[in-house]
Design a protein around this ligand. Structure first.
Ligand SMILES: Cc1ncc(COP(=O)(O)O)c(C=O)c1O
Length: 480
């Protein structure tokens, strides 16, 4: 009997239908960009509770028109391309990189092994080479691209433990008490990675920060000694470039000196701020980073890429083979070092997105200068914003601003409580005019902005301050 492909499948794979569908979707996305960029599209985050959204989106078994769903999805989603999006560190991606995304979704070359993705594998290698060079690493350096900073930090810490903590991969953690010293302002993914690695969160020793939110280098030795006193062997120190909460950079030269003097692996979490490497003006924030054994750098934060593209870079390229010492004869034949082109040897993922092509094509199409202009613009703009806050009598900054993350609170000398900051943010979100977030620092609540959208201008930020003032007036005056 001759088995026939069902007609529905043939219709879905019809190239003409693809062209028609793609054209319609591009029209819709064009409309989204026009509305967010010309100011008519005022809504940043449409106000709706999880329950309201749940009730709008019916169960899978009820069929629905695909274009209607895409149209609603666009309308009801977070509108990151709106210039008034100043929230978490998620970028408004370069539209061209979204176009690349159509290509990767259709080609779907999994980058586990070269044979499955010959071109993207090489693009990943070229992107990693470029990142290492920008950081200031030497010719021995190497690394991988992986799915996000969280997995990136885990990948780097696994290598650190293998190098500094004996052969845990084979022998297990057993009763080894290995410790990691981390900035008290490190991203939660660091502690999570240590817990995933079976070391327990008790093995995370927090390094206190100074009032400027940078690791207090004068206190490292006592934290190190207290870990040793408790029977731990410290294996690594993790610093921030920059801290998620404040956007400030640790002082890498001092930290590298300490690590070298105490046989510690030095890891820099540069998920957000390693992109300063493309800017001549802001590169000095990274001074000494090239002495780190490993660095994580997210391109989906400050390099305008859609999620997810993360570089995990190693000063000694050989260390990238220490992360996962897995054997899998159906995928690999040889010693991993002779198969640099089979990236699954060195990444948590097996099947992986074609994540080389987006940065590779965007960097070559627009040129490095384009990205330098973006970093300079967003860091400069945040500096202007921080000056406006400093010069006002009713706002205060948490710490001096160094990058494009800024924390501030309303304080006119009378009205300055934590509850006030929280209520103001809640009302602004309800107005749908801006999206900003909040954080707790040094025991106080601050409003927090990441000026990450390349289309945000100074006037938008002044408008935000005025909106906050208006909401404070409403709250103090008892208006709903
Ligand atoms: C410093 C830092 N590290 C790691 C992460 C986690 O990165 P991802 O969200 O790509 O997993 C973040 C995210 O904000 C971050 O700011």
């Amino acid at each position: 009997m001759k088995l026939k492909i069902p007609t529905e499948i043939l219709a879905a794979y019809n190239p003409e239908k693809f062209k028609e569908d793609a054209t319609k979707v591009i029209e819709m996305l064009h409309h989204y960009l026009v509305e967010t960029s010309n100011g008519d599209f005022k809504t940043v985050l449409p106000k709706a509770s999880p329950e309201e959204v749940l009730s709008k989106w019916s169960e899978i078994k009820e069929t629905q028109d695909g274009f209607e769903m895409i149209d609603n999805l666009i309308k009801e989603s977070q509108h990151i391309h709106n210039a008034r999006y100043v929230g978490h560190q998620v970028t408004a991606p370069l539209p061209f990189s979204a176009v690349n995304g159509i290509v990767s979704s259709l080609l779907n070359n999994s980058t586990a092994v070269f044979e499955m993705s010959p071109v993207d594998t090489i693009m990943q290698k070229r992107v990693v080479e470029w990142m290492c060079e920008k950081i200031g690493y030497g010719s021995n350096s190497d690394g991988v691209l992986t799915s996000g900073g969280t997995i990136g930090n885990l990948t780097a810490l696994l290598a650190a433990r293998q190098v500094k903590g004996s052969n845990v991969w084979k022998e297990g953690i057993g009763n080894k008490k290995l410790a990691v010293l981390v900035s008290e302002l490190s991203h939660y993914s660091i502690e999570r990675a240590v817990a995933i690695m079976g070391m327990g969160t008790d093995s995370v020793f927090k390094l206190p920060v100074k009032p400027d939110s940078k690791i207090d280098t004068a206190q490292i030795e006592s934290v190190f000694n207290s870990a040793v006193k408790k029977g731990y062997t410290p294996i690594a120190l993790v610093a921030n470039a920059a801290s998620t909460a404040t956007g400030c950079y640790d002082e890498f030269i001092h930290l590298a000196d300490f690590c070298e003097g105490n046989n510690l692996w030095f890891h820099v979490d540069g998920a957000h701020g390693a992109s300063a490497a493309v800017s001549k003006k802001y590169f000095p924030l990274l001074n000494g980073i090239e002495r780190a054994d490993s660095i994580v750098w997210d391109m989906h934060k400050m390099m305008l890429m859609p999620a997810l593209v993360t570089g995990v870079l190693f000063k000694e390229g050989d260390d990238t083979y220490n992360t996962f010492l897995q054997e899998a004869s159906y995928l690999f034949n040889n010693d991993p070092r002779s198969e640099w082109f089979n990236y699954a040897h060195r990444t948590l993922e097996c099947t992986k997105d074609m994540m080389g092509m987006r940065p590779y094509i965007s960097l070559k199409t627009y040129g490095e200068d384009f990205f330098e202009k973006y970093i300079d613009y967003s860091f400069d703009l945040t500096k202007y914003f921080s000056e406006a806050i400093n010069n006002s009598s009713d706002f205060e900054l948490a710490v001096p601003t160094e990058s494009n993350i800024i924390c501030f609170r309303y304080n006119d000398g009378v009205n300055n409580s934590d509850d006030l900051q929280k209520e103001v943010r809640k009302r602004i979100l309800a107005s749908e005019k801006f999206y900003l977030v909040q954080t707790n620092l040094f025991g106080k609540t601050y409003m927090r902005c990441t000026i990450i959208n390349p289309l945000t201008e100074f006037d938008h930020l002044l408008e935000l301050l005025d909106l906050i003032r208006m909401e404070v007036k409403n709250i103090v005056g008892g208006n709903k």
